[in-house]
Design a protein around this ligand. Sequence first.
Ligand code: B1M
Length: 215
Amino acid sequence: MAEEMLKAMAQSIVEGNADAAANLARQAVEAGMNPLEAITKGYMAGVNEVGDSYACGNVFLPELVMAGEAMKAAVAVLEPELKKQGASRETLGRVVLATVEGDIHEIGKSLVGTMLTAAGFEVYDLGVNVPADAIIAKAEEVGANIVGLSALLTTTMIRQREVIETMDRMGLRKRTRVIVGGAPVTKDWAQRIEADGYSEDAVGAVNVAKQLVKG
Ligand code: B1M
């Protein structure tokens, strides 16, 4: 049953069917399925399939857009369930989160934000396509413990370095640590740009953030 539902979730993304994706998410919540498992084992399998087909030239931008919309519809249903897990915890720290300038991929970044909120962090999600100076200004304004930078394009990863270098020049790195992530981002890249933390997924990002605020 769960296996079938996970397959149907992936298929709803492949078909770019936002209604089906959201309906399956509602059914999963009613059935008591772990919302994170639904995302990672169900919907993300579909997103990866569409991404691979796009890279091979078998599908085009409209399919990518529809897959993104379907994924967003599913996550919107599952997000409150994810957040409930951390509803009564005290604040672990303040995180300013953004997808870097030039990049409009928002789903993974938002998922990281949801998981951080669920874990007890106070998250300021600035959205997508956010310039370095806006990220840094917000971090200073709220006294952020952590800045989280998402990049989904090989052409925008460089913006993560720009934020880190600017924060270095401003002497902000002792108080505010930087975590980077996103599909093309690797541990090696994170080390090269001297980020304080890296994770390949949202659960890992929470663990890294917890380690960093411990000091
Ligand atoms: Co685009 N896109 N896209 N896209 N897109 C990719 C990223 C791509 C890999 C597809 C491909 O070719 N296989 C490719 C990038 C290639 C490259 O750079 N080498 C690509 C391209 C080329 C493009 C355009 C350039 C296409 C065009 O216009 N010709 C264009 C760029 C627009 C721009 O940003 N300027 C574009 C546009 C779009 C849409 C708008 C249509 C849509 C996004 C919709 C939206 O976000 N609202 C879209 C989508 C949906 C994708 C794919 C299919 C899926 C991305 C996604 O949402 N994944 C993607 C292919 C793929 O990734 N397989 C692709 C689900 C999400 C939950 O995972 O975002 O990876 P992800 O987040 C994960 C981890 O990466 C990690 O945790 C998350 C949860 O586990 N993580 C972090 C993310 N951020 C983190 C931060 C952290 C820690 C972990 O710490 C702070």
